[in-house]
Design a protein. Structure first.
Length: 295
């Protein structure tokens, strides 16, 4: 069958309508946004209230915006938990910084591009310590049965909590909710460590940088506390880009900023919020090491 001029006209017209319709629908599904949207999870914060974190990150964003001479505004969003994050990332965003546990959950229903991880004390992620009071003679995990424990975290969606699950599983003990009489969480290191020191709780899990800082401030703590288990470096949080976005230039620009944060005074303040020294490019081996906690 041969196409005449009229058929060609209608074929081109139909094709044009199809393309315009596709672009319109794509725009509706994924509208373009000029400003930068940076999303942070409160579950990564240590030693800082959410309100203070919001105020600090906004000030730092404004300073970075001025320094980089950006025409676009940097918008900061602080989310409480997976549900809030899930709702927030329905719209286009530039990056999200969430705990590894939250990132794993979000990946099941969202297209995320894992991009950066934290380096602290020359390790990727954090090392965690399980601590007790020396005079109480709790020298192994089994001896903590029916005791109480506080974990340095705002919630259960944290690598420290997953590590504790792994310790109990490897020791063939019950899950933490039944093994311990009480399992509590607190974002402030002093509220986690001092109850152990004052015999208000049986044990605690705290990150190495947080504990070492407290040891420096109060050497007596080092003499009185017992570390009965140490983790290797565990991926604590992940910066993920919006996997729906095809704007490589914009992503490269964000990579440039994130990889050099530790070289700038304002950037260091931002990293200090999360007890991070600098950001490193993501590698799959870091993720696989984290997944080993579930085995």
């Amino acid at each position: 069958m041969f196409l005449n001029s009229q058929n060609i006209f209608w074929t081109k017209r139909s094709f044009t309508i199809l393309i315009v319709s596709f672009l319109f629908n794509a725009y509706q599904l994924y509208p373009q946004e000029k400003d930068f949207r940076l999303i942070f999870s409160t579950n990564l914060l240590q030693n800082m209230k959410t309100e203070d974190a919001i105020a600090t990150t906004k000030i730092l964003a404004q300073n970075i915006q001025r320094k980089m001479k950006l025409e676009e505004e940097i918008k900061i969003e602080i989310c409480n938990g997976v549900d809030e994050i899930s709702e927030s990332i329905k719209k286009p965003f530039d990056f999200i910084l969430a705990t590894t546990v939250e990132t794993e959950i979000l990946m099941k229903k969202n297209k995320l591009e894992l991009t950066f991880v934290n380096e602290t004390n020359s390790s990727v992620g954090f090392e965690f310590y399980l601590i007790t009071k020396k005079e109480q003679n709790f020298n192994d995990l089994k001896s903590l049965k029916d005791g109480s424990i506080i974990i340095l975290s705002k919630s259960n969606y944290n690598s420290a909590s997953v590590w504790l699950d792994k310790l109990l599983r490897d020791a063939k003990l019950s899950v933490k909710e039944t093994f311990f009489k009480d399992v509590n969480y607190d974002y402030k290191a002093t509220n986690v460590v001092l109850p152990v020191y004052f015999n208000k709780t049986t044990a605690a899990i705290v990150s190495r940088p947080a504990l070492e800082l407290l040891f420096e401030l109060n050497p007596q703590l080092r003499k009185s506390l017992n570390i009965i288990s140490k983790s290797g470096p565990i991926l604590f949080g992940v910066i993920s880009f919006d996997g729906r976005s095809k704007d490589r230039k914009r992503k490269d620009f964000m990579c440039e900023i994130l990889s050099s944060l530790h070289e700038d005074s304002y950037g260091k303040q931002l990293l200090d919020l999360f007890m991070v020294d600098k950001m490193l490019p993501f590698k799959d081996e870091y993720w696989q090491n984290y997944l080993n906690l579930y085995k």
